[in-house]
Design a protein around this ligand. Sequence first.
Ligand code: UDX
Length: 464
Amino acid sequence: MTAEQRIIVIGCGYVGTVVAGSFARIDRHVVGVEVDGEKLARLRSGQAPFHEPQLDVLLRHGLARGMLEFTDSAATVVPSADVIFFCLASPDGGKGRADMSQIESAIDSIVPHLRRGQVVVTKSTLPLGANDWIQDHIAEQAGFAVPVVANPEFLREGSAVEDFLHPDRVVLGADDGRALDLVLRAYRPILDQTFERIVPLARGEQPRPELVVTSRRSAEVVKFAANSFLASRVSLINEISEICEAYGADIDVVAAAVGMDSRIGPHFLKAGLGWGGSCFDKDLAILARQARDAGVEPALVEAARRANRTHRRWVVDLIGDALGGLEGRTVAVLGLSFKPDTDDLRDSPAVELAERLMAAGAVVRAHDPAVAKVPELPGLEVVPDPVTAAVDADAIVLATDWREYSRIDFAAAAAVMRGRLAFDARNVWDRAAVEAAGLRYRGIGRADQTRLPRRADGESAVGG
Ligand code: UDX
């Protein structure tokens, strides 16, 4: 019976394409609705409109097996759907307000075709209370109730398919038992892990995900709380890297030792250039705004955002110090996406770095394995390989920790560079390998590169 469940996915951006391809992979019949003609054509040919590991394989497989289709007409497919997933963006509409216009027009397009017994599931991150609003709005327009289930996504770009098919947890916020059953049926193979993995685990068994069934409000808050915790952790470890830098400690040792505390855990403690991406800053801004609207002071949420902005600038200053100024320097920036394994440039710390270096008078040449140009920085030259980026450069700067940059040919880069600086803003390079090529290594908060601060009277600032 489950094989016949029909799922409609409204909006085939990052989240929707992963949801559509993954449900088809576990034998749900899925139709993705996408109104952008160019995107639709790509999806129909089995290509995701963005870079995401494993996704193209899922799309081609789903299309070939007839389990997956794409259309631009919600009207023709909504009537036969059991479950309708809303995977539409709610971009920052400014001042911490989410722009709900895509959601509103999606509601308008499906309402005339809805029938009783269907369920709407929201996957995109929506402001607190939005799910109640959607349910009321649909009921008002349709003239009958269609239950809404809040099902926040926790998909990391670069591993979104893995995250969807093998999640830590599935969170369902529902106040209608029948609607909940329909959604549970859609997720059953994922909850029970009863299908073959695309990429086998090196060892061990795939743990079954936790299932959290709760109210819609709690489900909404889970998503904002998770991203606030993650962003705050990275802001904190980056701040500690600055303290390590100032006092001659090594952030990698500190982070490892801190992460050994089972109350803290080892993940999301990598210091670097700062966090970015389409979710963290937007979600924290919306949460802060909604907290304030409700009379709650979002001190830590705001601090996490502020610290991230400050840290990104701090790294630019470090590069400037290491080069004795940026004016007239040539800098090769390696990596432009906001993190590896994606071509997403939204709120990318690497792009901001390139922009700040250029604004300070440096000539910047960049490379990224998945990015050929940066539309908002037309003056930035993006070249096809890291060594070409290094030609005549005073410094090479690792800005996004793509795996291929850990095995860069330092000797080849050194041979074409004008200067000697290898600045590792993600702390991934092997200092010995860099130095063996005759380059000067500089990381973030790593020992052996720092001086202990002195007080004005020449005494060490440590101790006493
Ligand atoms: C995030 C959440 O993880 C995901 O659950 C949510 O639904 C969408 O937002 P994503 O934006 O894809 O996912 O990126 P994520 O892997 O969380 O990384 C965010 C940023 O933090 C990146 O810029 C990354 O480079 C940075 N980061 C992460 C660090 O600097 N250090 C770390 O230890 C971890």
